[in-house]
Write a protein of this length. Structure first.
Ligand code: NDP
Ligand code: GDR
Length: 331
Protein backbone atom coordinates (compact mmCIF):
# COMPACT_ATOMS: atom_id res chain seq x y z
CA UNK A 1 0.00 0.00 0.00
CA UNK A 2 1.30 3.44 -0.92
CA UNK A 3 1.77 5.79 2.03
CA UNK A 4 -0.37 8.93 2.02
CA UNK A 5 1.21 12.29 2.81
CA UNK A 6 -0.53 15.63 3.37
CA UNK A 7 1.51 18.80 2.84
CA UNK A 8 0.23 22.20 3.95
CA UNK A 9 2.09 25.02 2.19
CA UNK A 10 2.59 22.83 -0.89
CA UNK A 11 2.63 25.87 -3.21
CA UNK A 12 5.71 27.33 -1.45
CA UNK A 13 9.40 26.70 -1.94
CA UNK A 14 9.73 23.81 0.52
CA UNK A 15 6.30 22.32 -0.17
CA UNK A 16 7.10 21.97 -3.87
CA UNK A 17 10.46 20.28 -3.30
CA UNK A 18 8.99 18.02 -0.64
CA UNK A 19 6.12 17.03 -2.94
CA UNK A 20 8.68 16.04 -5.61
CA UNK A 21 10.68 14.01 -3.12
CA UNK A 22 7.61 12.16 -1.84
CA UNK A 23 6.33 11.47 -5.38
CA UNK A 24 9.74 9.99 -6.20
CA UNK A 25 9.41 7.80 -3.08
CA UNK A 26 6.03 6.50 -4.38
CA UNK A 27 3.84 8.34 -1.85
CA UNK A 28 0.30 9.32 -2.60
CA UNK A 29 0.80 13.09 -2.19
CA UNK A 30 -1.97 15.52 -1.14
CA UNK A 31 -1.67 19.26 -0.68
CA UNK A 32 -3.90 21.71 1.13
CA UNK A 33 -4.29 25.05 -0.66
CA UNK A 34 -6.25 28.16 0.12
CA UNK A 35 -8.33 29.99 -2.44
CA UNK A 36 -6.87 33.30 -3.49
CA UNK A 37 -8.50 35.72 -5.90
CA UNK A 38 -5.45 35.72 -8.16
CA UNK A 39 -5.83 36.55 -11.83
CA UNK A 40 -3.50 33.81 -12.91
CA UNK A 41 -3.89 30.61 -10.88
CA UNK A 42 -1.26 28.85 -13.01
CA UNK A 43 1.32 31.35 -11.83
CA UNK A 44 0.39 30.80 -8.19
CA UNK A 45 0.61 27.02 -8.53
CA UNK A 46 3.60 27.18 -10.87
CA UNK A 47 5.99 25.36 -8.53
CA UNK A 48 3.77 22.24 -8.48
CA UNK A 49 1.75 22.60 -11.69
CA UNK A 50 3.39 19.70 -13.53
CA UNK A 51 2.69 17.27 -10.70
CA UNK A 52 -0.91 18.41 -10.31
CA UNK A 53 -1.54 18.12 -14.06
CA UNK A 54 0.24 14.77 -14.20
CA UNK A 55 -1.98 13.45 -11.39
CA UNK A 56 0.81 12.66 -8.91
CA UNK A 57 -0.34 15.41 -6.51
CA UNK A 58 -3.95 15.99 -5.43
CA UNK A 59 -5.00 19.38 -4.12
CA UNK A 60 -7.66 20.02 -1.45
CA UNK A 61 -9.19 23.38 -0.62
CA UNK A 62 -8.59 24.39 2.97
CA UNK A 63 -7.74 27.40 5.04
CA UNK A 64 -5.24 27.60 7.87
CA UNK A 65 -7.57 30.03 9.61
CA UNK A 66 -10.40 27.48 9.80
CA UNK A 67 -10.29 24.50 12.14
CA UNK A 68 -13.29 22.73 10.52
CA UNK A 69 -11.75 23.05 7.07
CA UNK A 70 -8.48 21.45 8.24
CA UNK A 71 -10.46 18.70 10.02
CA UNK A 72 -12.33 17.96 6.80
CA UNK A 73 -9.12 17.64 4.78
CA UNK A 74 -7.49 15.36 7.39
CA UNK A 75 -10.67 13.26 7.66
CA UNK A 76 -10.94 12.90 3.88
CA UNK A 77 -7.32 11.85 3.39
CA UNK A 78 -6.45 10.09 6.68
CA UNK A 79 -2.75 10.61 5.95
CA UNK A 80 0.14 8.53 7.27
CA UNK A 81 2.40 11.59 7.32
CA UNK A 82 1.54 15.28 7.64
CA UNK A 83 4.03 18.04 6.85
CA UNK A 84 2.80 21.33 8.25
CA UNK A 85 4.75 23.92 6.27
CA UNK A 86 2.13 26.60 5.61
CA UNK A 87 2.85 29.88 7.36
CA UNK A 88 3.29 33.60 6.93
CA UNK A 89 7.00 33.02 6.41
CA UNK A 90 8.40 36.50 5.70
CA UNK A 91 9.97 37.91 8.87
CA UNK A 92 9.88 41.54 7.66
CA UNK A 93 6.11 41.33 7.01
CA UNK A 94 5.55 40.04 10.53
CA UNK A 95 6.62 43.43 11.94
CA UNK A 96 4.06 45.16 9.73
CA UNK A 97 1.19 42.82 10.57
CA UNK A 98 1.88 41.10 13.87
CA UNK A 99 -1.69 40.01 14.39
CA UNK A 100 -2.20 38.13 11.12
CA UNK A 101 1.18 36.46 11.48
CA UNK A 102 0.36 35.23 14.99
CA UNK A 103 -3.12 34.19 13.92
CA UNK A 104 -2.01 32.18 10.90
CA UNK A 105 1.14 30.73 12.36
CA UNK A 106 0.00 29.84 15.88
CA UNK A 107 -3.61 28.83 15.24
CA UNK A 108 -2.52 27.06 12.08
CA UNK A 109 -0.24 24.67 13.99
CA UNK A 110 -2.79 24.24 16.74
CA UNK A 111 -5.58 23.37 14.30
CA UNK A 112 -3.41 20.93 12.31
CA UNK A 113 -2.21 19.14 15.45
CA UNK A 114 -5.68 18.86 16.94
CA UNK A 115 -7.22 17.71 13.65
CA UNK A 116 -4.55 14.98 13.45
CA UNK A 117 -5.12 13.93 17.07
CA UNK A 118 -8.86 13.53 16.42
CA UNK A 119 -8.97 12.15 12.87
CA UNK A 120 -5.54 10.63 12.14
CA UNK A 121 -4.00 9.81 15.54
CA UNK A 122 -1.55 7.35 13.96
CA UNK A 123 -0.20 9.98 11.58
CA UNK A 124 3.37 11.22 11.92
CA UNK A 125 3.50 15.00 11.89
CA UNK A 126 6.29 17.39 10.93
CA UNK A 127 6.20 20.98 12.16
CA UNK A 128 8.32 23.60 10.39
CA UNK A 129 10.17 25.35 13.21
CA UNK A 130 12.86 27.90 12.46
CA UNK A 131 16.25 29.24 13.49
CA UNK A 132 14.40 32.53 14.03
CA UNK A 133 13.29 30.95 17.33
CA UNK A 134 16.88 31.51 18.58
CA UNK A 135 16.77 35.20 17.60
CA UNK A 136 19.20 37.08 19.82
CA UNK A 137 21.06 33.83 20.26
CA UNK A 138 22.77 33.29 23.56
CA UNK A 139 25.13 30.64 22.21
CA UNK A 140 27.06 30.12 18.98
CA UNK A 141 26.55 27.81 17.16
CA UNK A 142 22.93 27.06 18.00
CA UNK A 143 21.73 23.52 18.68
CA UNK A 144 18.63 21.81 20.10
CA UNK A 145 19.55 22.92 23.65
CA UNK A 146 20.16 26.61 22.89
CA UNK A 147 17.70 28.88 24.77
CA UNK A 148 15.04 30.53 22.61
CA UNK A 149 15.01 34.34 22.37
CA UNK A 150 12.88 35.33 19.35
CA UNK A 151 13.22 38.87 17.99
CA UNK A 152 10.21 39.15 15.68
CA UNK A 153 6.50 38.37 15.74
CA UNK A 154 7.35 35.61 13.26
CA UNK A 155 9.96 34.15 15.62
CA UNK A 156 7.52 34.33 18.53
CA UNK A 157 4.87 32.51 16.48
CA UNK A 158 7.33 29.72 15.67
CA UNK A 159 8.29 29.37 19.36
CA UNK A 160 4.59 29.00 20.19
CA UNK A 161 4.26 26.35 17.45
CA UNK A 162 7.30 24.54 18.80
CA UNK A 163 5.75 24.36 22.29
CA UNK A 164 2.39 23.29 20.89
CA UNK A 165 4.11 20.48 18.98
CA UNK A 166 5.87 19.30 22.11
CA UNK A 167 2.65 19.49 24.12
CA UNK A 168 0.78 17.29 21.60
CA UNK A 169 3.71 14.87 21.63
CA UNK A 170 3.64 14.61 25.41
CA UNK A 171 -0.10 14.61 26.20
CA UNK A 172 -1.49 11.13 26.55
CA UNK A 173 -4.89 10.99 24.87
CA UNK A 174 -3.31 9.74 22.61
CA UNK A 175 0.21 11.18 22.19
CA UNK A 176 0.95 12.32 18.64
CA UNK A 177 4.13 11.50 16.74
CA UNK A 178 5.19 15.08 16.06
CA UNK A 179 8.71 16.28 15.30
CA UNK A 180 9.92 19.84 14.89
CA UNK A 181 12.60 20.68 12.36
CA UNK A 182 14.55 23.75 13.48
CA UNK A 183 15.69 24.65 9.99
CA UNK A 184 18.16 27.41 9.28
CA UNK A 185 17.76 29.53 6.12
CA UNK A 186 17.53 27.46 2.96
CA UNK A 187 17.31 28.93 -0.48
CA UNK A 188 16.87 27.94 -4.11
CA UNK A 189 15.77 29.15 -7.52
CA UNK A 190 12.19 28.69 -6.19
CA UNK A 191 12.69 31.06 -3.22
CA UNK A 192 10.20 33.93 -2.99
CA UNK A 193 11.53 37.17 -4.53
CA UNK A 194 11.25 39.14 -1.28
CA UNK A 195 13.85 37.07 0.60
CA UNK A 196 17.31 38.56 0.48
CA UNK A 197 19.09 35.79 -1.46
CA UNK A 198 16.59 35.69 -4.30
CA UNK A 199 16.28 39.47 -4.32
CA UNK A 200 20.05 39.54 -4.86
CA UNK A 201 20.30 36.82 -7.51
CA UNK A 202 17.32 38.16 -9.45
CA UNK A 203 18.61 41.74 -9.06
CA UNK A 204 22.03 40.71 -10.35
CA UNK A 205 20.43 38.97 -13.33
CA UNK A 206 18.45 42.11 -14.21
CA UNK A 207 21.58 44.23 -14.02
CA UNK A 208 23.52 41.73 -16.13
CA UNK A 209 20.80 42.00 -18.81
CA UNK A 210 20.87 45.81 -18.68
CA UNK A 211 17.30 45.93 -17.28
CA UNK A 212 18.36 47.69 -14.08
CA UNK A 213 21.42 49.49 -12.84
CA UNK A 214 21.19 49.31 -9.07
CA UNK A 215 19.87 47.13 -6.29
CA UNK A 216 18.76 48.55 -2.94
CA UNK A 217 19.27 46.33 0.08
CA UNK A 218 19.09 46.65 3.87
CA UNK A 219 21.56 45.53 6.51
CA UNK A 220 24.77 44.09 4.97
CA UNK A 221 26.18 42.77 8.25
CA UNK A 222 23.55 40.24 9.38
CA UNK A 223 25.00 36.71 9.32
CA UNK A 224 23.05 33.68 8.23
CA UNK A 225 23.65 29.95 7.74
CA UNK A 226 22.41 29.35 4.18
CA UNK A 227 21.75 25.87 2.77
CA UNK A 228 20.03 24.53 -0.35
CA UNK A 229 16.29 23.80 -0.02
CA UNK A 230 16.18 20.37 -1.78
CA UNK A 231 18.70 19.11 0.80
CA UNK A 232 16.56 20.38 3.65
CA UNK A 233 13.27 18.74 2.64
CA UNK A 234 15.09 15.41 2.74
CA UNK A 235 15.79 16.08 6.43
CA UNK A 236 12.05 16.67 7.01
CA UNK A 237 11.22 13.29 5.55
CA UNK A 238 13.98 11.55 7.52
CA UNK A 239 12.57 12.98 10.78
CA UNK A 240 9.29 11.16 10.19
CA UNK A 241 11.05 7.85 9.46
CA UNK A 242 12.58 7.61 12.96
CA UNK A 243 11.32 5.34 15.72
CA UNK A 244 10.51 8.27 18.00
CA UNK A 245 9.50 11.89 17.45
CA UNK A 246 12.14 14.47 18.32
CA UNK A 247 13.45 17.94 17.47
CA UNK A 248 16.35 18.50 15.08
CA UNK A 249 18.49 21.44 14.00
CA UNK A 250 19.15 21.36 10.25
CA UNK A 251 21.94 23.67 9.08
CA UNK A 252 25.27 23.74 7.25
CA UNK A 253 27.35 24.98 10.22
CA UNK A 254 28.77 27.81 8.05
CA UNK A 255 27.86 31.46 8.41
CA UNK A 256 28.22 34.40 6.02
CA UNK A 257 27.12 38.01 5.97
CA UNK A 258 24.48 39.31 3.59
CA UNK A 259 27.29 41.32 1.98
CA UNK A 260 29.26 38.11 1.35
CA UNK A 261 26.22 36.51 -0.28
CA UNK A 262 25.80 39.57 -2.51
CA UNK A 263 29.48 39.58 -3.48
CA UNK A 264 29.35 35.87 -4.38
CA UNK A 265 26.20 36.34 -6.48
CA UNK A 266 27.44 39.44 -8.32
CA UNK A 267 30.76 37.76 -9.00
CA UNK A 268 28.90 34.74 -10.36
CA UNK A 269 26.98 37.11 -12.69
CA UNK A 270 30.23 38.77 -13.80
CA UNK A 271 29.37 42.08 -12.07
CA UNK A 272 31.12 44.42 -9.65
CA UNK A 273 28.85 44.67 -6.54
CA UNK A 274 30.41 47.99 -5.47
CA UNK A 275 29.10 49.61 -8.67
CA UNK A 276 25.48 48.56 -8.29
CA UNK A 277 24.45 47.83 -4.67
CA UNK A 278 23.07 50.51 -2.33
CA UNK A 279 23.15 49.27 1.28
CA UNK A 280 21.09 50.32 4.30
CA UNK A 281 18.03 51.29 2.32
CA UNK A 282 15.64 52.40 5.13
CA UNK A 283 12.69 50.41 3.73
CA UNK A 284 14.70 47.18 3.98
CA UNK A 285 15.91 47.65 7.57
CA UNK A 286 14.10 45.87 10.42
CA UNK A 287 13.02 47.26 13.80
CA UNK A 288 14.78 44.33 15.50
CA UNK A 289 17.51 42.40 13.73
CA UNK A 290 18.85 38.89 14.24
CA UNK A 291 22.58 39.44 13.91
CA UNK A 292 24.14 35.99 13.89
CA UNK A 293 22.66 32.61 13.12
CA UNK A 294 24.75 29.51 12.62
CA UNK A 295 23.52 26.03 13.39
CA UNK A 296 25.15 22.91 14.75
CA UNK A 297 23.62 20.03 12.77
CA UNK A 298 25.51 17.31 14.71
CA UNK A 299 22.33 15.60 15.95
CA UNK A 300 20.83 15.49 12.44
CA UNK A 301 24.10 14.03 11.16
CA UNK A 302 24.22 11.42 13.91
CA UNK A 303 20.58 10.36 14.25
CA UNK A 304 19.16 11.04 10.78
CA UNK A 305 22.37 10.34 8.88
CA UNK A 306 21.55 13.54 6.97
CA UNK A 307 24.21 15.44 4.99
CA UNK A 308 23.76 18.42 2.66
CA UNK A 309 24.75 17.57 -0.91
CA UNK A 310 25.20 21.17 -2.12
CA UNK A 311 27.78 23.73 -1.00
CA UNK A 312 27.35 27.50 -0.74
CA UNK A 313 29.06 28.49 -4.03
CA UNK A 314 27.24 25.77 -5.93
CA UNK A 315 23.89 27.03 -4.63
CA UNK A 316 24.67 30.66 -5.46
CA UNK A 317 25.72 29.70 -8.98
CA UNK A 318 22.54 27.67 -9.54
CA UNK A 319 20.37 30.56 -8.37
CA UNK A 320 22.19 33.16 -10.47
CA UNK A 321 22.11 31.00 -13.59
CA UNK A 322 18.41 30.24 -13.14
CA UNK A 323 17.56 33.94 -12.70
CA UNK A 324 19.73 34.86 -15.68
CA UNK A 325 17.57 32.61 -17.91
CA UNK A 326 14.37 33.80 -16.25
CA UNK A 327 15.18 37.46 -16.96
CA UNK A 328 16.29 36.59 -20.49
CA UNK A 329 12.78 35.19 -21.13
CA UNK A 330 11.00 38.25 -19.68
CA UNK A 331 9.42 40.51 -22.27
P1 NDP B 1 6.99 29.97 1.43
O1 NDP B 1 6.72 31.37 1.84
O2 NDP B 1 7.67 29.71 0.13
O3 NDP B 1 5.62 29.15 1.42
C1 NDP B 1 4.65 29.35 2.41
C2 NDP B 1 3.45 28.48 2.12
O4 NDP B 1 2.47 28.72 3.15
C3 NDP B 1 2.77 28.76 0.78
O5 NDP B 1 2.34 27.55 0.23
C4 NDP B 1 1.57 29.60 1.19
O6 NDP B 1 0.47 29.45 0.32
C5 NDP B 1 1.23 28.99 2.53
N1 NDP B 1 0.44 29.90 3.35
C6 NDP B 1 0.82 31.11 3.82
N2 NDP B 1 -0.18 31.67 4.52
C7 NDP B 1 -1.21 30.80 4.47
C8 NDP B 1 -2.53 30.80 4.98
N3 NDP B 1 -2.99 31.82 5.69
N4 NDP B 1 -3.32 29.73 4.74
C9 NDP B 1 -2.86 28.69 4.02
N5 NDP B 1 -1.62 28.62 3.50
C10 NDP B 1 -0.82 29.67 3.73
O7 NDP B 1 7.80 29.31 2.63
P2 NDP B 1 8.95 28.17 2.60
O8 NDP B 1 8.55 27.10 1.69
O9 NDP B 1 10.26 28.83 2.45
O10 NDP B 1 8.90 27.67 4.11
C11 NDP B 1 8.06 26.59 4.52
C12 NDP B 1 7.91 26.60 6.03
O11 NDP B 1 9.19 26.49 6.64
C13 NDP B 1 7.30 27.88 6.60
O12 NDP B 1 6.53 27.51 7.74
C14 NDP B 1 8.50 28.70 7.04
O13 NDP B 1 8.14 29.58 8.08
C15 NDP B 1 9.42 27.59 7.52
N6 NDP B 1 10.85 27.87 7.44
C16 NDP B 1 11.44 28.22 6.26
C17 NDP B 1 12.80 28.41 6.17
C18 NDP B 1 13.48 28.81 4.89
O14 NDP B 1 14.65 29.23 4.96
N7 NDP B 1 12.84 28.67 3.74
C19 NDP B 1 13.66 28.20 7.36
C20 NDP B 1 12.95 27.81 8.55
C21 NDP B 1 11.59 27.65 8.56
P3 NDP B 1 0.06 30.53 -0.82
O15 NDP B 1 0.73 30.04 -2.07
O16 NDP B 1 -1.41 30.41 -0.87
O17 NDP B 1 0.55 31.87 -0.37
P1 GDR C 1 15.15 35.70 7.27
O1 GDR C 1 15.36 35.86 5.69
O2 GDR C 1 14.59 36.92 7.88
O3 GDR C 1 16.44 35.18 7.81
O4 GDR C 1 14.02 34.58 7.34
P2 GDR C 1 15.53 37.12 4.74
O5 GDR C 1 16.15 36.59 3.50
O6 GDR C 1 14.27 37.90 4.59
O7 GDR C 1 16.59 38.04 5.55
C1 GDR C 1 17.89 37.58 5.86
C2 GDR C 1 18.74 38.75 6.37
O8 GDR C 1 19.01 39.63 5.29
C3 GDR C 1 18.86 40.97 5.75
N1 GDR C 1 18.58 41.85 4.60
C4 GDR C 1 17.50 41.83 3.82
N2 GDR C 1 16.43 40.99 3.84
C5 GDR C 1 15.47 41.17 2.89
N3 GDR C 1 14.43 40.35 2.87
N4 GDR C 1 15.56 42.18 1.95
C6 GDR C 1 16.63 43.03 1.91
O9 GDR C 1 16.69 43.92 1.06
C7 GDR C 1 17.64 42.83 2.88
N5 GDR C 1 18.84 43.44 3.12
C8 GDR C 1 19.39 42.85 4.16
C9 GDR C 1 17.71 40.88 6.75
O10 GDR C 1 17.71 42.03 7.60
C10 GDR C 1 18.07 39.58 7.46
O11 GDR C 1 19.00 39.84 8.46
C11 GDR C 1 14.06 33.42 6.51
C12 GDR C 1 12.61 33.00 6.23
O12 GDR C 1 12.64 31.95 5.28
C13 GDR C 1 11.94 32.49 7.50
O13 GDR C 1 10.67 31.93 7.14
C14 GDR C 1 12.82 31.41 8.11
O14 GDR C 1 12.22 30.93 9.30
C15 GDR C 1 14.21 31.96 8.40
O15 GDR C 1 14.77 32.39 7.16
C16 GDR C 1 15.12 30.90 8.99
Amino acid sequence: MRKKALITGITGQDGSYLAELLVSLQYDVHGMVRRVAAEDQRQRLSRIADHVQGGSVTLHQGSLESYPSICRVVQDIRPDEVYHLAAQSFVAASFEDEFSTMNTNINGVHFVLDACRRYAPEARVYFAGSSEMFGKAERVPQDEETPLHPRSPYGISKVAGFHLARYYRERNDPPLFVSTGILFNHESQRRGMEFVTRKITHGAARIAHGKADRLELGNPDARRDWGYAPDYVRAMWLMLQQERPDDFVVATGETRTVREFAEAAFESAGLNPGKHIVWNNPADLRPAEVDLLVGNPAKAYRVLDWRPAYGFRQMVNIMVRSDWYLVAKEK
